[in-house]
Design a protein. Structure first.
Length: 368
């Protein structure tokens, strides 16, 4: 006699993720949106789960089905915050899920946590960067930061991207967490000649985009490609574009649809990260799965660049970054680092393996 399987309803909340589901919408998104998109679409392949996704209002229908995921429209960024909160609340009710999951500190975190407490649903949070775990976010946002920490303390589960964030949450807030790597779909093989030095991300100051322009000036004979979306609220973006236009060896691209960006990584000799702080950048995974060596100005979660030989991590100075790029280019050493990066992501970041951990997490317990 077959045992009847109970369907588990999981809802993801990430307002800016809609362009990932609909590439025709040209709007900004970041690594947190990519991570939840990957989890949701992979989870939706399993008939045991019904997956919904709350996104912002981009002029689409109130509800859509894309990649087996039920897309529910909510907040309009042009409206006031109270109206937005009501629309998110209504979307959460419409989803009627057993589990609600989100990522990235915002006023939405305590809102979703309160909704889950009110309706006895499970709330899961995944941290997006180091500042959420080591107290910096709470320090910058005294009121919202306290509500954020309280929400994590009350969550059914908290997920982090690396061991350092796990340790920081325990040390600073006595919050226990599970380390689950970000997942991507890993192709069997990659093609494309290695042609350029690549940077990809948003123009937010924490990403340090102007450092890449400085690096390009130090290597006038190397072609550089910079894919840089305008970050929300960035008043200096036009200035960055003009500055980039003055670099003869740099091609500046304002936007590439997510489903087309792998080609740029496959043609990259080296992918450069110039951020001050990250959790575990999705771009590191995109670079490694494409066989591109990684050069990081500072960020090196759990020392994986050194430990797995995927690339080189600097000390937060441009002199060191220049020196390390020269090392990677000499004798085409970037090919060796890129090959080891491919081995690393296959073993650690394959979404087909990682999704099984999430399934176990979503199955654990019922509501509330």
């Amino acid at each position: 006699m077959e045992t009847e399987t109970t369907t588990i309803r999981v809802c993801f909340i990430s307002p800016k993720a809609y362009p990932l589901f609909n590439p025709a919408v040209e709007s900004v998104f970041g690594g947190a949106e990519v991570d939840l998109y990957m989890i949701a679409t992979e989870l939706a392949k399993d008939r045991e789960f019904e997956v919904s996704f709350v996104v912002a209002d981009y002029g689409q229908a109130d509800e859509e089905m894309r990649e087996n995921v039920r897309i529910i429209k909510s907040v309009n960024f042009r409206q006031n915050p109270m109206t937005g909160a009501r629309k998110i609340w209504a979307a959460l009710k419409k989803a009627d899920a057993d589990v609600y999951m989100m990522k990235t500190a915002s006023p939405g975190v305590p809102l979703v946590r309160y909704f889950c407490r009110r309706y006895n649903r499970r709330f899961i949070y995944k941290t997006a960067n180091q500042g959420e775990c080591d107290g910096k976010y709470r320090g910058r946002h005294p009121i919202l930061g306290r509500l954020f920490v309280h929400s994590l303390k009350a969550a059914s589960a908290v997920i982090v991207q690396n061991q350092r964030d796990h340790d920081n949450l325990a040390e600073h807030f006595s919050i226990q967490s599970a380390v689950i790597p970000n997942g991507h779909r890993i192709p069997e093989a990659v093609s494309g000649d290695k042609k350029h030095i690549l940077w990809a991300g948003r123009s937010a100051a924490v990403k340090g985009p102007r450092r890449f322009l400085e690096l390009a000036k130090a290597f006038p004979d190397e072609p550089f490609v910079m894919i840089c979306q305008e970050a929300t609220g960035d008043d200096n973006y036009r200035g960055l574009c003009e500055e980039a236009a003055g670099a003869q060896n740099l091609t500046f691209v304002e936007r590439v649809p997510f489903h087309e960006i792998d080609g740029y990584f496959e043609q990259a000799k080296v992918f450069v990260n110039t951020s001050d702080s990250e959790g575990f950048p999705n771009t590191f995974i995109q670079a490694a799965k494409a066989g591109a060596a990684i050069l990081s100005y500072l960020v090196n979660p759990d020392g994986f660049l050194d430990g797995h030989g995927c690339g080189l991590a600097g000390d937060g100075t441009m002199n060191k970054t220049v020196e390390q790029l020269r090392t990677l280019l000499e004798g085409k050493r970037f090919l060796e680092y890129g090959s080891r990066g491919r081995d690393y992501v296959r073993g650690t970041h394959d979404i087909e393996r990682i999704i099984e951990t999430y399934k176990s997490l979503f199955r654990a317990g019922g509501r509330g």
